[in-house]
Design a protein around this ligand. Structure first.
Ligand code: C5P
Length: 220
């Protein structure tokens, strides 16, 4: 129906930061609020999609009509995404930590005379790239986000190629752009066909517009 063009489509959205433990009481995190990802999940649900929102730690309320799975780490996020498959559409908005601390200890690290501990970092799985390279059951449309501070469009195009996703939503997170943690977002949508420059909009409107763009991609 025109009001619910994504009815029956299964969608996975990742959102928020991840927390990577150092020991039982400490972790490494980032400044993602989850706001843009939650708005995307809500906008897709409003268009009738069956949305599973895999969320890192945030303080946000679950949007109407969305099933939510809460996770902390990148590994847990990847496992939750895999469990939510199959899906027609995946939108990876989460700010996944690139690294985690190797061999998280079971005990709190103590301050000792032996000196300051060194943290050894190892690479986290890339959830977006993993989905994009699936040989069987790959979602038909995979959308990644790219936060850049310079050469936004060139870097985003390169990211689309590198990750193997279909679209990249690129935004300028330089201090002048103010997107990170802010209310507005100015984005460029990079597809195989080219790019669209959208006006600066509140994150909710970016999400609505993206959801409608996805619906029109599916021809409805
Ligand atoms: O490489 P970069 O982190 O800038 O790429 C951003 C995009 O990749 C976002 O869509 C993000 O959700 C996704 N990503 C991911 N898993 C990672 C790192 C990034 O899904 N480990």
């Amino acid at each position: 129906s025109p009001a619910r063009p994504l009815k029956g489509r299964r969608v996975i959205v990742t959102a928020g930061p991840t927390h990577e433990p150092i020991d039982p009481v400490r972790y490494i995190a980032n400044r993602s609020s989850g706001r843009q990802g939650f708005a995307v999940a809500g906008a897709l649900a409003k268009l009738g999609a069956e949305v599973t929102l895999v969320s890192g730690p945030t303080h946000l309320a679950t949007p109407d009509g969305v099933s939510r799975v809460d996770v902390e780490t990148a590994w847990q996020m990847q496992a939750a995404v895999r469990k939510a498959l199959p899906a027609d559409i995946a939108v990876c908005v989460a700010a996944v930590a690139d690294w985690r601390v190797e061999g998280e200890g079971a005990q709190k690290i103590k301050k000792t005379k032996a000196g300051i501990p060194a943290l050894n970092l190892v690479e986290n799985p890339d959830i977006l790239a993993g989905l994009s390279s699936m040989k069987e059951g790959r979602p038909a449309l995979i959308v990644g986000f790219a936060a850049e501070t310079e050469q936004v469009i060139d870097f985003a195009r390169a990211k689309r190629d590198r990750k193997g996703c279909d679209w990249i939503v690129a935004n300028d997170v330089s201090a002048a752009g103010g997107a990170m943690g802010g209310a507005d977002n100015q984005i460029h949508l990079i597809t195989r066909e080219g790019e669209e420059n959208w006006p600066r909009l509140p994150k909710e409107q970016v999400a609505d517009r993206l959801a409608h763009r996805i619906a029109s991609h599916f021809g409805v």
